[in-house]
Design a protein around this ligand. Structure first.
Ligand code: ADP
Ligand code: MG
Length: 713
């Protein structure tokens, strides 16, 4: 029997999920699969695992597992559930490279990727008596696959008399893809709605949609802080750069209450003229027609109880985005000192996964950064988010009392341009890694697999072609021995292939280092090929890189230089001095160690520890022979991604005139005849004839850019 602290009991008694405990548990006892929906903050994540624990689901040495799409949620929720259970249950978590679990763990939080990996050693997941798939509305690829796999596992476990309870949790009511999908669940799952007591949130639309929503967000926060009663502020933006800009602007001392309120009155502002020239697009123009119809103009005091004392004195501003270290992300849960107002500036991480306490005001830019693939080309674009996500965002203001949401877009734009829902990720991503993993699990007929939403035919074909090109699948689509070996590594198929080819060469330790560095995104603090090419100026920005150039024709080796430096001095200081991201470097080094262990287990089962030790020593800068081997290994794993200088295929006067020094202006052609350019962050000083690229990226000016790896020598 669990006894909780008074404080926790007090909080729990107000949670809608707790009120629904009996209803939820009855359904779970009687049915193997159910779907629980309820507003963000209603207590799904923190409470349902506790109900299961108290109902005895850990009694047979089995665990309750909960998956999260985000690492920070897995860690913070494990901590919170442990606290609430007051030491009565062993709560642990496991995320990539960090785990607090042991044999005695009873409730385990993990990312969905971790659970998928566990299936390769225990397909029926017999360690678990219940599995909760949380945040299913986000429709990440991993969540979708898990639900597909679990739909079958539940049946096998029932046949074996060791039933598994599957609980799918969603913050939105849109669950038809799971529920009305007889290919997925032959018996329609039970749906339980938690009625939540959401307080009213008043939405204040802007009169027109200002394209510079970052500045507008700053202004809005200052106004709220200077004029409105206590209560936390949560700002939604699209990414790190925007967030840092806002945090910096708001952390200046002049955000104190004593400064005059910002001079900003939208009633007679003349934003129009300024924005017309630079950035007009139809929506802005149409938006102006709509001028008068928006009643809830952003008059900030409107509807707010002004009798309460106005703002507290200080503003504590915290950023929240996934590139931050987990510890830094968790700071949003720290208690805020008296006389201080909390302002969290976040990406959509705060939309549903984390409930930040005491938010009364939401400022929503209405956009999100979306990664889209079309014909093998990746595009990062900032787009309007969906109506469903805008509503989630404003809902964050109504958890502890009535709140206000300031939408930095007009109601006309909202109605007309916001899609109802986001597409599931599986419709937007290349799937070769997924296909390889499924084939390795023995799932051969991928088109028959019960996905909540099916993989588009073209992306399945692309994946199979890539895997065949890597010799991971044979011409009939069956997995090969090489493919099976590749699937043992927690890596993208191309990276796994590099490791396995590297094994035949004399520089395995360097290849492991290189692959680790290539597998972790955003190692560098300065603009690299992951940045929007339009923001990178050739020459100028490259000076910021302080790493030695290993080979001027192989950009990819810069990431090896980074991990080599870090492997000798794994400190945050070295990262600062070399402009590397500490969190990413730590992860790269962890991955490198993990790969050394895996490789040693495969290559030298009898002498694992010796080989592992040898491989994981700090890395030296490669010799010229090693460099050329590394370049060949990279080229072999990207054999289908080679581009040739256009003038070699179609000599023309214009292209002839370009000097080889104008690297990022030199046109290339890919195997499929697409015209592409090298990313301006390249270290190459001359445009090579043949180049191997990692991926294609469309800039906001519509030029297709290659992320260069190496030349073909
Ligand atoms: P849901 O999963 O339905 O969105 P949660 O279970 O995450 O809801 O949250 C329930 C309540 O617990 C919320 O009021 C939230 O503020 C609180 N809470 C969650 N995590 C923490 C934490 N780490 N510290 C303090 N309060 C928390
Ligand atoms: Mg939750």
């Amino acid at each position: 029997l669990v006894t909780r602290t008074e404080e926790i009991e007090e909080i729990r008694s107000k949670l809608p999920a707790v009120a629904a405990e009996q209803r939820i548990m009855e359904i779970i006892h009687h049915f193997d699969v159910c779907v629980v929906t309820g507003e963000t903050g209603s207590g799904k994540t923190t409470q349902v695992p506790q109900f299961l624990f108290e109902a005895g689901y850990c009694n047979n040495k089995q665990m309750i597992g909960i998956t999260q799409p985000r690492r920070v949620a897995a860690v913070s929720m494990a901590q919170r559930i442990g606290e609430e259970l007051n030491g009565f249950a062993k709560v642990g978590y496991q995320i990539r490279f960090d785990r607090k679990v042991d044999n005695s763990t009873q409730i385990k939080l993990m990312t969905d990727g971790v659970l998928i990996r566990e299936m390769s050693t225990d397909l029926l997941l017999t360690k678990y008596s219940c599995l909760i798939i949380d945040e299913a509305h986000e429709r990440s690829v991993n969540t979708d696959i898990l639900i597909g796999l679990l739909s079958r596992i539940v049946i096998y476990r029932r046949q074996q008399n060791n039933p598994l309870k599957l609980i799918i949790m969603s913050a939105t009511l849109r669950v038809t893809d799971f529920v009305d999908n007889s290919k997925l669940f032959r018996i329609t799952p039970q749906v339980i709605n938690i009625d939540s007591r959401q307080f009213t949130v008043t939405n204040h639309f802007s009169r027109r949609t200002n394209p510079d929503y970052v500045d507008e967000a700053i202004t809005k926060v200052k106004r709220i802080h200077n004029r409105l009663p206590d209560g936390g502020i949560l700002v939604f933006l699209t990414g790190k750069e925007e967030i840092e800009r806002v945090v910096e602007a708001l952390s200046e001392p002049n955000t104190r209450r004593t400064t005059p309120a910002v001079q900003f009155s939208s009633k007679n502002s003349c934003l129009e003229d300024e924005f017309m020239d630079a950035n007009v697009d139809e929506e802005v123009v149409n938006d102006l027609d709509d001028f008068k119809s928006d009643e809830q103009e952003d008059d900030i005091e409107e509807g707010v109880d002004m009798t309460q004392e106005r703002s507290s004195k200080k503003l504590k501003v915290l950023p929240l985005y996934s590139l931050l270290s987990t510890e830094d992300q968790m700071r949003v849960f720290e208690k805020c000192p008296k006389n201080t107002r909390l302002c969290v500036v976040a990406t959509n991480v705060a939309e549903t996964s984390l409930t930040i306490p005491n938010i009364k005001y939401v400022v929503d830019c209405g956009r999100s950064k979306q990664k889209v693939f079309e014909n093998g080309v990746q595009r990062f674009s900032i787009k309007y988010t969906s109506k469903a996500s805008a509503d989630q965002r404003s809902g964050r203001a109504g958890r502890t009392g009535p709140g206000h949401c300031y939408r930095l877009y007009s109601s006309a734009v909202f109605e007309r341009d916001f899609p109802q829902f986001m597409d599931p990720e599986i419709l937007r991503m290349p799937v070769e890694g997924l296909v390889l993993q499924m084939k390795a699990m023995g799932i051969d007929k991928i088109d028959n697999f019960p996905f909540p939403t099916e993989i588009p035919n073209s992306s399945l074909k692309d994946a199979i072609r890539t895997l065949q090109c890597l010799l991971a699948l044979d011409s009939e689509g069956k997995i090969t021995e090489l493919g099976n070996q590749m699937s043992l590594f927690p890596l993208a198929p191309r990276h796994a292939k590099m490791l396995l080819i590297g094994n035949q060469n004399k520089c395995l330790n360097l290849i492991i280092g290189l692959v680790s560095a290539m597998s972790v995104p955003n190692l560098f603090n300065y603009p690299s090929s992951t940045s929007d090419p339009d923001n990178v100026k050739e020459d100028e920005d490259k000076k910021e890189s302080k790493l030695p150039v290993i080979q001027a024709q192989a950009d990819v080796l810069q990431s090896l230089a980074a991990i080599a430096a870090y492997s000798w001095t794994p400190t945050s200081d070295i990262c600062v001095s070399l402009s590397l991201r500490y969190k990413a470097m730590r992860e790269t080094e962890e991955l490198r160690k993990q790969l050394c262990r895996l490789v040693a287990q495969i290559l030298a089962p009898d002498g694992v520890s010796t080989l592992q030790k040898q491989l994981s020593e700090p890395l030296n800068i490669p010799t010229p022979t090693q460099i050329s081997t590394l370049m060949q290994v990279v080229a072999a794993a990207y054999i289908d991604q080679v581009a040739i200088r256009q003038h070699l295929v179609h000599p023309s006067e214009e292209t002839q005139k370009l000097s080889v020094r104008q690297v990022s202006r030199t046109p290339y052609e890919t195997c499929s005849g697409q015209v592409v350019y090298i990313h301006p962050s390249t270290i190459m000083k001359q445009a090579p004839d043949l180049i191997v690229y990692e991926s294609l990226l469309v800039s906001s000016t519509d030029k297709v850019r290659m992320r260069p790896l190496t030349v073909v020598s």
